[in-house]
Design a protein around this ligand. Sequence first.
Ligand SMILES: NC(=O)c1ccc[n+]([C@@H]2O[C@H](COP(=O)([O-])OP(=O)(O)OC[C@H]3O[C@@H](n4cnc5c(N)ncnc54)[C@H](O)[C@@H]3O)[C@@H](O)[C@H]2O)c1
Ligand SMILES: N[C@H](C(=O)O)[C@H](O)COP(=O)(O)O
Length: 330
Amino acid sequence: MVKRIAVTPGEPAGIGPDLVLAIAQYDWPVQIVVVGSLEMMQERAQQLGVNVQFSTYQASDPITPQKAGTLSIIPVALEEPCVAGELNPANGRYVVETLRIASEKNISGEFDAVVTGPVHKGLINQAGIAFSGHTEYFANQANCTDVVMMLATEGLRVALVTTHIPLAYVSKAITRERLQKVTQILHQDLITKFGIEQPKIYVCGINPHAGEGGHLGREEIEVMNPALDELRENGMQLIGPLPADTIFHHKYLQDADAILAMYHDQGLPVIKYKGFGNSVNITLGLPFIRTSVDHGTAVDLAGSNQADPGSFIQAIKSAIELANNQSSNK
Ligand SMILES: NC(=O)c1ccc[n+]([C@@H]2O[C@H](COP(=O)([O-])OP(=O)(O)OC[C@H]3O[C@@H](n4cnc5c(N)ncnc54)[C@H](O)[C@@H]3O)[C@@H](O)[C@H]2O)c1
Ligand SMILES: N[C@H](C(=O)O)[C@H](O)COP(=O)(O)O
């Protein structure tokens, strides 16, 4: 059966709309439906010199594969007109509304996945909405207490125990319960979503040199080892905690199905260095499939035809693959 995928362009003043228009230049084996402003998308297409025929999405329409040069859209009105490259906090509410509609339609089963373009977290907060990221927003919409952010590129998957929180809160947020929950979700999804029979997960320490036997921090000894030992007793293959500065050595990577990093800037700089423009951000533990790009809003490039659509294309391909795997596992 043909799958139906919702796509949110994200921040309208950034490159998200440009990326959506770029993927609309190709045929896809799924129906792609944009959730966003029709006027803004038409204006951006004109600015970029791209020809796209828009049609309004109807849930009752037959689900047909995406044809190059066309786009189906669920129109969502901007609060104020958008100029590419000029961030306007007035449109923060519009961005969140597109995410609300996309998540609602995924939770209800009308759609098989959502692929998100980049949003500007600061601007949404300036609009008066507390927002730290799609990961946390979708978890909240789906009533999930624990979800996992994982970025993947050729030869490397990096998952995070904590996501968008200040560094000062990280150590306290890594409790035995949180570490175990994240590891369990990662282990389970590597099996069910990625077809790895016996996943090997390499776990980073929190402190320099994984605490150096307790001389440079005690979280590894007091929290991490007992949490990981309990999971090992249930048959999980967990290696670590290892020093984060050496865990990304080729010797370990060739054996690892995923690296579990303790915080955002411990794991993501490595994968973005290795695969920026080709990596995909996948939220694990949600009741629906969600993938995204590995980069931000790149407001400096909006409307300029210079945005690289590589990561967005990978995010769409990955969503299709995950949706197909999900069907064959049912
Ligand atoms: N998935 C998401 O929603 C997501 C991901 C990361 C960052 N962000 C947000 O994006 C905003 C801007 O973040 P930033 O400036 O740190 O990162 P950024 O990725 O927007 O930009 C960093 C640099 O990379 C370039 N770049 C980014 N994407 C590109 C592409 N597709 N093609 C060519 N060049 C590209 C930009 O021009 C810039 O020079 C922040 O508000 C951040 O929170 C959102
Ligand atoms: N942490 C992500 C990154 O650096 O690429 C990014 O901020 C997006 O996160 P969400 O998918 O939660 O919006």
